[in-house]
Write a protein that binds this ligand. Structure first.
Ligand code: GZL
Length: 317
């Protein structure tokens, strides 16, 4: 009888030890994340979503802000490789120039997930998945809204995003695809405002001072921050933004809704920055060696002045 009790106790101890051992072995997931910078309200919200979600899941997040410089992102990714993180995720500031460092990550056996923006590579096995918006569709939505608003007649100034960035290339592509069908809709000025409010204001000032400035009756801005800077430039030049110049932009940040309520901006096409939960679902699956889709597209809408007042309280970014 005594031996049976000792055997039972030993067995229980073994099970307890193995469970405890398993719990100890379940080490923290370590993720290296290279963020573009803090250039816009959208980016700030995106960073908060990534950091909050990692914290909620108890993930050890190594976060690096590149101040919108590709060389800083490449340095950060190399540092993550040296630290032997479990997964690398990053939002590529531009589309090209990533093959060498992504090959180093692959050689080190570290999977890579693209967040927000795409890369142009000859070998798509260099990354596991790209989660982000369909920027071409966002450009189409802006163009379609503008056709409805103007009846197909517009002399357009365009504030382009960061040169070489996927959202800048694709938002231009989608918008031009739509307005190409309307001979009286023309882009008469186009220049990069680098997705920032300050540069958007500066470039809009130059647009208004140019010979074509007096003909501009529409602004298409690749993000709300540049549009908000342009609104300041228009007011300083004695123009009424939203009336003298119709403004359509992209992101759907709170500032855009406030400008629409004030009648200074006419439409914003939503681009969802709050992709932290979806991103870490994908990262945890990759870390567990599970299959994931190559492409995950964010769900988004279009908002104009008629919905702004009602929608403003619901905005989370
Ligand atoms: C879009 C994102 C863009 C935003 C800008 O997914 O990459 O970068 O539209 C941000 O506001 O700077």
């Amino acid at each position: 009888m005594r031996n049976r009790i000792i055997g039972l106790l030993a067995g229980t101890a073994l099970i307890a030890a193995s469970v405890a051992g398993y719990a100890e072995d379940k080490k923290k997931l370590v993720v290296g994340f290279s963020q573009i910078g803090a250039e816009s309200g959208w980016r700030t919200a995106n960073t908060a979503s990534v950091k909050d979600e990692a914290k909620k899941r108890g993930i050890d997040l190594k976060f690096a802000d590149a101040q919108q410089k590709q060389e800083n992102q490449i340095k950060a990714i190399r540092s993550f490789i040296a630290q032997k993180v479990d997964v690398i995720a990053f939002s590529p500031v531009v589309e090209t120039g990533w093959e060498p460092v992504l090959k180093e990550a692959k050689k080190a056996g570290i999977p890579v997930v693209l967040s927000d923006r795409a890369v142009e590579v000859s070998d798509e096995s260099l990354y596991k998945c790209f989660i982000g918006s369909d920027f071409v569709e966002e450009g189409r939505r802006a163009g379609k809204w503008l056709v409805e608003k103007t009846g197909g007649k517009a002399q357009i100034a365009e504030l382009v995003g960061t040169p070489g960035a996927a959202p800048a290339i694709d938002r231009k592509k989608g918008f031009e695809e739509v307005i190409a069908k309307y001979p009286d809709m023309k882009i008469i000025k186009s220049q990069s405002g680098d997705f920032t409010r300050a540069k958007g204001k500066e470039v809009m000032e130059a647009f208004l001072k140019s010979p074509e400035g007096k003909n501009i009756n529409v602004l298409y801005a690749h993000n709300d921050d540049m549009a908000l800077g342009a609104i300041q430039a228009m007011e300083e030049a004695g123009k009424k933004p939203g009336t003298d110049i119709i403004i359509v932009s992209i992101d759907g940040v709170k500032g855009a809704f406030e400008a629409m309520v004030a009648g200074k901006l006419n439409c914003t096409v939503e681009c969802n920055p709050l992709i932290g939960p979806q991103l870490f679902d994908l990262i945890e699956k990759v870390a567990a060696g599970k299959e994931i889709p190559k492409r995950v597209v964010s769900e988004e809408g279009v908002f104009d002045q008629s919905q702004a007042q009602k929608e403003l309280p619901n905005r989370k970014y």
